[in-house]
Ligand binder design. Structure first.
Ligand code: C2E
Ligand code: MG
Ligand code: MG
Ligand code: MG
Length: 283
């Protein structure tokens, strides 16, 4: 293959140097530069109360606007950011932006919104994580009960007692905790028994099929019922259709997030929705 490139250039071909790793090497360099060049921004997706139809909060979602590649999806770079440890400074940056923005909105006389921030296990395990949350809240002046930390349990949780202790300390600060992508991870039920989170976010892979697949419907029904018994709020992720919405409402799901109401939005667009008092309609 190297020969085809012709001439007298000598190319070293390493079997692991396939397209994917080349792409990734490249991506890591770009990712590091992107932080300096401020190519990142934070979008906000409304979280809606199924009882009132009103926006009660929003999830902050990282966006990378690359000058040549355009918008790069977090699905493409978060795994690499995790692997390289870049997720720590990046995640902390999102946290600060989200808190600052939410405080600004509360100063503008908006209803009290709660901002959800995705926290990687990598960040969570930093020795000064609780302190960082405390410092960020103090610096941005955001009220602790307006911050919710989304923890994904897709990583096998090794040090359970450390996690419980950290969660307890976070709770003491007054921040909320939700379990993201619930149902896709490992130790979900065992730690629910040990630690009372505020919200279970039921993964969109279950929601997608609730109206076509009986098993998905059964799982979601059971998760909503379980949440209610445990006095934990249930939130359905990725709601796209009226049929899904009706099903979730019937089952007593508390909250939803999804394209049926809104995609993630740039701050100025999110602001408009709130100002216009947009309501969720169920037919
Ligand atoms: P997530 O935390 O589960 O976020 C929800 C994802 O579902 C978002 O994808 C959102 O755009 C998408 N979504 C919302 N409603 C719908 C819907 O109705 N239909 C469909 N098909 N999708 C919907 P996004 O923004 O691409 O983010 C993907 C993942 O990247 C997030 O999943 C989260 O795990 C991670 N992520 C995003 N921002 C951050 C961040 O700041 N820090 C960390 N650690 N992870 C982040
Ligand atoms: Mg999330
Ligand atoms: Mg999620
Ligand atoms: Mg998800």
């Amino acid at each position: 293959r190297a020969k085809e490139k012709g001439g007298n250039t000598f190319q070293l071909y390493h079997p692991e140097m396939n397209m994917r790793s080349l792409h990734w090497l490249n991506l890591e360099t770009h990712l590091r530069k992107a932080v300096e060049k401020e190519e990142f921004s934070v979008y906000y997706q409304p979280l809606v109360d199924l009882g009132t139809g009103k926006i009660f909060g929003m999830e902050s979602l990282l966006r990378w606007n690359h000058p040549e590649w355009g918008m790069v999806s977090p699905g493409e770079f978060i795994p690499l950011a995790e692997e390289t440890g870049l997720i720590v400074p990046l995640g902390n940056w999102v946290l600060k932006q989200a808190c600052k923005q939410t405080y600004e909105w509360s100063q503008m006389g908006f209803p009290k919104l709660c901002v959800s921030v995705n926290i990687s296990m990598n960040q969570f395990h930093q020795p000064n994580f609780v302190q960082l949350i405390q410092d960020t809240l103090r610096e941005t002046k955001l009220h602790p009960n307006q911050l919710c930390l989304e923890i994904t349990e897709s990583v096998a949780m090794k040090n359970v007692s450390y996690i419980m202790e950290t969660m307890e300390n976070l709770k003491q600060l007054g921040v909320q905790i939700s379990i993201d992508d619930f149902g896709t991870g490992y130790s979900s039920l065992s730690y629910l028994k040990k630690f009372r989170v505020h919200t279970l976010k039921i993964d969109q892979s279950f929601i997608r099929d609730i109206t076509v697949d009986e098993d998905s419907a059964a799982i979601v029904t059971a998760l909503i019922a379980m949440s209610r018994k445990l006095k934990i709020k249930s939130l359905a992720e990725g709601v796209e259709t009226q049929e899904q919405l009706r099903f979730l409402k019937e089952q007593g799901c508390d909250e939803i997030q999804g394209y049926i109401f809104s995609t993630p939005l740039a701050p100025e667009h999110f602001e408009e929705l709130v100002k216009n008092n947009k309501l969720l309609e169920i037919y």
